[in-house]
Design a protein around this ligand. Sequence first.
Ligand code: 5GP
Length: 298
Amino acid sequence: MKPLPPKLTVAEREAANAAASAARRARAAVKVALRASETSIFDVINSASPALQRMRVRELLEAVPGIGKLRAEAIMERAKISPTRRIAGLGRIQLSALKREMAITKIDPKRGLLIVMSGPGGVGKSTITRALKSDPRFWVSISATTRDPREGEKDGVDYYFYNDSKFDQMVASNGFLEWAEFAGSRYGTPKEPIEHWLTLGKNVVLEIEIEGARQVRTVAPEAILIFIAPPSWEELKSRLLGRGTDSPERAAARLALAEVEMASAGEFDHTLINHQVEQLIEELVSLATSHQEAAQQE
Ligand code: 5GP
């Protein structure tokens, strides 16, 4: 039987609570300083403060500008640091691996960009991703979904078609970068290949709906969020209704959804108008190039 924890007197409990809240404040202050680039993770690692020494390495990395959950996980995996490791528990070899990783993070001009593309139904996102798939500068993520394949769609090419329990498993094992429900089915971006292609210098493109884009914003703050807009609402309406296969109720639902989707454009970093696919891809490439140049100058 485990021994019971020692009983604390009121004074001892108050002292312990005060120490815990001072430690929380110290950790919060360090995160603010990291976000403002006023301190580096190595200053924190070298600090003798017991409160900071108890901080998790993951928490420390996630507070660095441009490193979100996704990159923090990948850095720790490469440096062979377990996800729950605290600063005090870092070994010498892990520390030098971390130094190497942080140097690469700063100066890696080859690393690709994570690009999220969203926009209302009917705006032409799938034509754009089809064109990007044959462009060697980009790698287009293949999502998993619980919806049934449409005619002509292939498993592992258009989507990974999962049943509910397989999707649940992926969620439980933290295998998705983001996932969301859309029109009664679930859709998710498998996390694993993304870091691989970014490291190889490809610009990784996710074509996902808006809720998923919001999630990427929090887990990978370095991602560039691009909203694809139609030349006009009238044009979108005619593209949506021009499919001609919908009942009037379904058509009305599509339009209502498109309206909600259009209203989220302001949350994105850039809006590109889809006048013509080739032109849009050129704009995308010049956007990616200017982001990469800006990152190198930081
Ligand atoms: P569809 O079923 O027509 O192929 O896609 C429906 C919606 O799901 C589209 O808006 C598409 O962008 C979105 N979608 C596709 N894959 C993903 C994904 O991995 N995550 C999220 N959040 N949305 C996705």
